[in-house]
Ligand binder design. Structure first.
Ligand code: COA
Ligand code: ZN
Length: 315
């Protein structure tokens, strides 16, 4: 098997991508407590919230309060998603350390999600990137629907790379390739990651996967094998874009950590405190959902053999 790097970085996006689609509004103090608990798990980055229109994403209308209220560890970078200039101003004012700008690779998803054409988004983001050059806040750009669009179907690698080049030329500090509705498959992920790494040597490339069709962990391995070391993931597998039909959970952080740690790849994340966060999620989002790793435990969490074995075979 081709192996990738022996150390990867995880960007926990549950507080943003996870909570943005939840029906029950999570009270501000509980959002802050969630981020604080995640801060002690060893993530490189935590995407705390998004500075979007409260009408578009009511679940995250308290972005400023959350960003201002969290306890900050010096070894964690606290980021937020931003769609426009107004969002940038709010994010910087609240002390966001790194900005994650967003636009879609496909035309129809950009219109549905951001109410702009891609050309308008590109202009908006280009202005933000130019303005941010020389400030101390790096701006990464997330390209949604990079592996397929729920409205337009397949998205070509050329289109994704064209947008990436424009944004990097305008000053993007990194690019995230997002599989917004879990349309990516492993060979496609490998091909686009390889091309992106080759065309942007030295630029931080992140992969953002959703498990809508059960391929997220396979896609993570495919990306890792090409040399990608930065992974977005959401605790409990929460997440999804409210403006993409059929969108569902991100790649599950605890499963990603468990898998890579089994393979001897360092993630920086400690599973025990993370599983404590997972335990609290149904209460937090006011619904039951399946958390297979919590049910099964670590692969080496072995069980007592049945008592009759000792009688039949001896101690
Ligand atoms: N933060 C807070 N309020 C904002 C805002 C921001 N970043 N951007 C716009 N608004 C407000 C405006 O002030 C205006 O308020 P008003 O009606 O009280 O005057 C209202 O939102 C509409 O503004 P407008 O510029 O016309 O935006 P829009 O309605 O065309 O929406 C976006 C454009 C980008 C702001 C909106 O679609 C959005 O926030 N999308 C986010 C989508 C998202 O996060 N998806 C999931 C992640 S991929
Ligand atoms: Zn997502």
């Amino acid at each position: 098997m081709n192996t990738g790097a022996s150390r990867i970085e995880i960007n926990e996006v549950g507080p943003r991508d996870g909570l943005q689609i939840e029906k029950a509004f999570v009270p501000t103090e509980e959002k802050i407590a969630l981020v604080d608990a995640l801060s002690d798990c060893g993530f490189a980055r935590i995407e705390v919230t998004s500075f979007t229109s409260p009408r578009a994403i009511p679940a995250l209308a308290d972005a400023q309060e959350v960003m201002r209220g969290i306890r900050r560890r010096p070894d964690v970078i606290y980021t937020a998603l931003v769609p426009n200039v107004r969002g940038l101003e709010r994010a910087v004012e609240a002390g966001t350390q790194e900005i994650n700008l967003v636009m879609s690779s496909s035309e129809t998803h950009n219109r549905a999600n951001l109410r702009m054409t891609r050309a308008q988004s590109l202009e908006e983001l280009t202005n933000i990137l130019r303005a941010a050059q020389g400030t101390s806040t790096p701006c990464n750009v997330s390209l949604s629907t990079a592996f397929g669009c729920p409205f337009d179907g397949d998205v070509s690698a050329e289109e994704v790379l064209r947008l990436a080049h424009e944004l990097v030329n305008a000053g993007a500090a990194g690019i995230t390739l997002c599989d917004t509705t879990g349309m990516a498959y492993p060979t496609q992920v490998a091909a686009l990651c390889e091309r992106t790494l080759r065309e942007f040597p030295g630029l931080p490339i992140t992969i953002h996967l959703h498990n809508t069709r059960g391929m997220a962990l396979a896609n993570a391995i495919a990306a890792w094998q090409t040399g990608v070391i930065r992974f977005d993931a959401a605790v409990g597998g929460l997440g999804g874009c409210p403006f993409a039909p059929g969108a569902s959970g991100n790649v599950n952080t605890e499963e990603l950590v468990h898998m890579f740690e089994c393979m001897g790849v360092t993630t920086g994340v400690t599973l025990d405190p993370l599983m404590n966060v997972v335990r609290g999620l149904p209460q937090l989002v006011q619904r039951e959902f399946s958390t297979p790793l919590l049910a099964a435990g670590h692969r080496l969490a072995t069980h007592q053999p049945p008592a009759w074995l000792a009688e039949k075979f001896g101690a």
